[in-house]
Design a protein around this ligand. Structure first.
Ligand code: KET
Length: 513
């Protein structure tokens, strides 16, 4: 269908040319002296000027810019075979404009992603002082991306073996699924031995969460997911897109810059029986504040009492403490109680496989039979979404975990990465304390764990970090310490101190993504 906008114009010194496009009306101002040879129209429009009419007009070339909406000026016309409509004549001139709009006129511009959009803005900045602390991605001391040596070894092995590129089964690579469940629960754990875990390979942590969300939507209609306030911003998108209702439980207390444990417990207790409770297995994003082992026990108690279903997001196993086992303690506590629950896993951070999109969804069931059925339905959900997952990352994980020497090498590299983050954390704290004479207590930075520091900077202060200091971070006040080097700690401390004390203060506490 071609949409035609009949043009009615009366030429004065400045003529108003109004036309209508798919319910949008634009008022165009055209100077008489300009020549009207071609029309550079905003990308939204494709505008064809009737050549006869345009020569009659003998107006100059110009850009037609939408000025304002003027509903009364003109009505929309649509055409069948003839792309030009006969427009009515007012005084001296008749002309027609055929407008071929995009079918996507109704699609508005999406805002940049609050996390991945920061990397795009960083790339566009030409200042040499710039620092990207937005996305949670590990960098070397030289601020370069890091490919683990053990990953390179595993890839070489794959080349030597001449591994093929055949489709994987819908559930993914069997050796990966075995390795990933064992890494989570511990090899030989009863839930694995008794085949009570339904594991399928997912498109990293995000894709695995999305599969579980689809399963919830299909088999637990109306059930609510409770997520922490705040949480990783994409959790809300995932549940929204899967049409799973969610609400928040209290988690972060800005007054203590710590866990609001009482609030958390009260909100979990209050949730309707049988709700899903989303928990960060370790290294809570964005706060870097985890419950203590004793608090985990109480959380498990209240979840069990209320018959809720825990849903773990484990994106940082090994990154919180440097130990894979220690960081899986929360998940294992729930497994030992014989509870049924979900665990989404990601190898983006701990193996640095960000772009390989490798992870898994595990559903711990109370029987092997239930696990078989759940797995069959997860496969059924995956098949029309992406058919089957990519093999490369799965082989890397299976090779690394399946070979004792490579497994040990991985653990050593992970300790190195976690250790470097701890060192810059300490250095940032030292720099802040030595430079800031206001007496502010910066010790919260040392108490937080994992890749991030939740600085408490509000939006205006975060904007100042970026606009004035070229430090890129998310607007909720989170900085990724994995993107910081020792050499940049002083500069960052200067930026934080200036932003904290001098940036216009909003009334708000840190915003959520
Ligand atoms: N869960 C959490 C808590 C998380 O922080 C991330 C990624 C993911 C899951 C998913 O990662 P994946 O690469 O799909 O396995 N977080 C970082 C990157 C991102 O936002 O996508 C981040 O917070 O910077």
């Amino acid at each position: 269908m071609t949409i035609i906008a009949p043009l009615k114009t009366k030429l004065d010194k400045t003529s108003d040319i109004s036309f209508c496009l798919d319910k949008s009306l634009y008022l165009l101002t055209q100077s008489r002296s300009d020549r009207f040879r071609n029309c550079a129209v905003p990308t939204k429009l494709s505008l064809v000027i009737d050549s006869m009419a345009s020569s009659m007009l003998s107006l100059g070339s110009t850009s037609l810019l939408p000025r304002e909406i003027n509903k009364d000026k003109l009505k929309l016309g649509t055409s069948g075979s003839n792309p030009f409509l006969k427009a009515k004549c007012f005084s001296r001139v008749t002309m027609s404009v055929a407008v071929k709009p995009s079918r996507f006129e109704g699609i508005t511009m999406a805002p940049p992603d609050p996390i991945l959009g920061v990397s795009e803005a960083f790339k566009a900045d030409t200042n040499e002082l710039k620092l990207n602390l937005g996305v949670g991605a590990y960098r070397t001391e030289e601020l370069q991306p890091y490919v683990l040596n053990v990953v390179k070894k595993a890839e070489n092995l794959m080349l030597e073996r001449g591994d093929n590129k055949e489709y994987l089964p819908i559930e993914g690579l069997a050796a990966f699924n075995k390795a990933t469940a064992e890494l989570l629960f511990g090899a030989g754990h009863p839930v694995i031995k008794e085949q009570k875990v339904a594991t399928i390979q997912g498109l990293s942590g995000t894709g695995s969460l999305r599969l579980a969300a689809a399963l919830i939507e299909r088999y637990f209609p109306g059930a609510k997911v409770l997520i922490s306030a705040p949480t990783w911003g994409n959790h809300k998108n995932i549940f929204n897109d899967a049409k799973v209702p969610w609400s928040e439980y209290r988690y972060y207390d800005p007054k203590t810059i710590g866990l609001d444990f009482e609030g958390m417990i009260a909100d979990i207790k209050e949730a309707p029986e049988g709700s899903f409770i989303l928990l960060h297995g370790c290294a809570h994003n964005p706060t870097g504040i985890d419950p203590t082992p004793e608090q985990w026990v109480k959380i498990a108690d209240v979840i069990q009492e209320k018959n809720h279903i825990p849903f773990f997001d484990v994106a940082y196993q090994g990154f919180a403490s440097g130990s894979l086992d220690e960081d899986a303690a929360s998940v294992r506590l729930f497994a030992e109680r014989g509870m049924e629950f979900f665990v989404a896993q990601s190898y983006s951070k701990n193996l640095g496989l960000y772009a390989e999109r490798i992870g898994a969804i595990n559903v711990v069931c109370s029987s092997a039979d239930a696990a078989t059925r759940v797995k069959s339905q997860l496969k059924r959900i995956a098949r029309p979404m992406y058919s089957n997952p990519p093999v490369h990352g799965a082989r890397i994980v299976a090779n690394v975990v399946g070979d004792a020497a490579m497994f040990n090498e991985w653990k050593a590299e992970m300790e190195m990465m976690a250790g470097r983050i701890k060192t810059v954390r300490q250095q940032l704290y030292d720099s802040l304390v030595s430079k800031d004479k206001s007496g502010k207590d910066w010790s919260f930075i040392l108490k937080q764990i994992g890749m991030f520091s939740f600085t408490g900077l509000n939006k205006a202060q975060s904007d100042n970090m970026t606009d004035k200091w070229h430090v890129y971070m998310t607007k909720d006040g989170r900085i990724s310490l994995a993107g910081l080097s020792m050499a940049k700690c002083e500069y960052l401390a200067d930026a934080i101190i200036d932003s904290y004390h001098n940036a216009l203060l909003y009334w708000e506490t840190p915003i959520e993504l």
